[in-house]
Design a protein around this ligand. Sequence first.
Ligand SMILES: Nc1ncnc2c1ncn2[C@@H]1O[C@H](COP(=O)(O)OP(=O)(O)OP(=O)(O)O)[C@@H](O)[C@H]1O
Ligand SMILES: [Mg+2]
Length: 493
Amino acid sequence: MEGARKAFPGVVALDSVDFDLRAGEVHVLLGENGAGKSTLIKMLSGVHTPDAGRILVDGREVHIRTAQDAERFGIATIHQEFNLVPDLSVAENIFLGRQPRRCGMIDRKRMNAEAAELLARVGVDVPPQARVRDLGIARLQMVEIAKALSLDARVLIMDEPTAVLTTGEVEKLFGIVRRLREDGVGIVFITHHLEEIAALGDRVTVLRDGRSVTQVPADTDEDELVRLMVGRSIEQQYPRESPDTGPVLLKVSGLTRNGGFDDISFEVRAGEVVGLAGLVGAGRTEVVRALFGADPYDAGSVEVLGRKLPRHDVIAALEAGLGLVPEDRKGQGLVLDASVQENLGLVTLRKATRGGFVDRAGQRTAAERVAGQLGVRMAGIDQRIRTLSGGNQQKVVIGKWLLAESKVLILDEPTRGIDVGAKVEIYQLVNRLTESGHAVLMISSDLPEVLGMSDRVLVMSQGRITGELTRQEATQDAVMALAVKDVEGSRGH
Ligand SMILES: Nc1ncnc2c1ncn2[C@@H]1O[C@H](COP(=O)(O)OP(=O)(O)OP(=O)(O)O)[C@@H](O)[C@H]1O
Ligand SMILES: [Mg+2]
């Protein structure tokens, strides 16, 4: 790619960018949220055409105008936002538009068998007939990878593939990527997890504000990578300052859903950040969705500020002062075709009403303040969410709940897809919340984040709490030991 440029209304996303990829290498693209990484790869995959510049494949200039063009040149892409069709099966998604046929009919048997083989290669236990709608986010990612493998690509582009995976799954993915590299496939890899760069990468191209700043080897140390990426160094990645704790704000007792989770009991006090750790599938998201009223449960109780919540009633939970930043921002967190301001105001609309009228000016000021605090990169507060970069969309989900000023805030994978600099801003906001007497319950599959930001850590395995660790006790090994602990008589996940 030579001198590539792409502008959108109000923003030049990419300008004069050179980028090259060799056979048999992993080339990492690094940059802050909104730096232009996804825009760059979308020009290679036929989503966007460059305004200027050239793309060469094997030294010959090519024009990639559609996804089919990209496929023809052997370029397969796993996008940051999934491209699967929810109502089709896993196998149908993998072979969408290229289903094996026999006598003019789709050969389902062969399709399912081939899909099963690809799924086994990525090491995920999903039946090919399963509906994509019913899969969790980590499994969706593995299906996307299986789909890319099925194309036998020479160039594989992965836009933040590890953002939704846990440690074990990341290792599996790395195994697959290394094998492909040995086979001579060129891989473009985007990640905000710096430790993955040295582990997997060969070269790194750093983008800042739509320009390529530099190219360095992947074993460049992390502090240096941060400096190149954000233009300054970051002193402290986890700035947690634990204030004194106050009264119990959230009390969960014996919460149980048959076949889901069992006898979950814990408390969170004012001023506390309690981490909820565990592997994907341990039941963490299920528990917080149930206690927030988004899903039903069979037994137990949830109290917020001493008041018992009715079960399966989100409105009551909201009114009691509970907030939930969900893990799946596209599905539950945002209205993609509405503006930044409208999305930020979704939870607070009721509060912003003055004398029967919505206080629009007040809402706008508040939205602008929060967007500024979180460093949301946008052309303006009226920009549509769909056109923000992935990380900036995530910041809006968090901002929405910050504006709601919930007494107890549940964060489910809050910094997924967020760059290292912006993470620190979010942690500082969490500090400010707890200082002013709020309580935070945080689910995260990012162990350093759980350890770095929690005052206490609860660990779940197979639908149960297998242990509680203080900040001092909570080491990576201690958490992992509890996270893989077998629970007797459990649902056997
Ligand atoms: N379709 C679009 N319309 C308008 N602006 C867009 C569009 N797509 C991207 N942009 C803007 O281009 C810039 C670069 O976005 P891009 O998605 O490439 O960032 P990124 O580096 O992938 O960030 P992230 O780490 O958050 O995924 C952002 O300012 C974004 O808002
Ligand atoms: Mg992106």
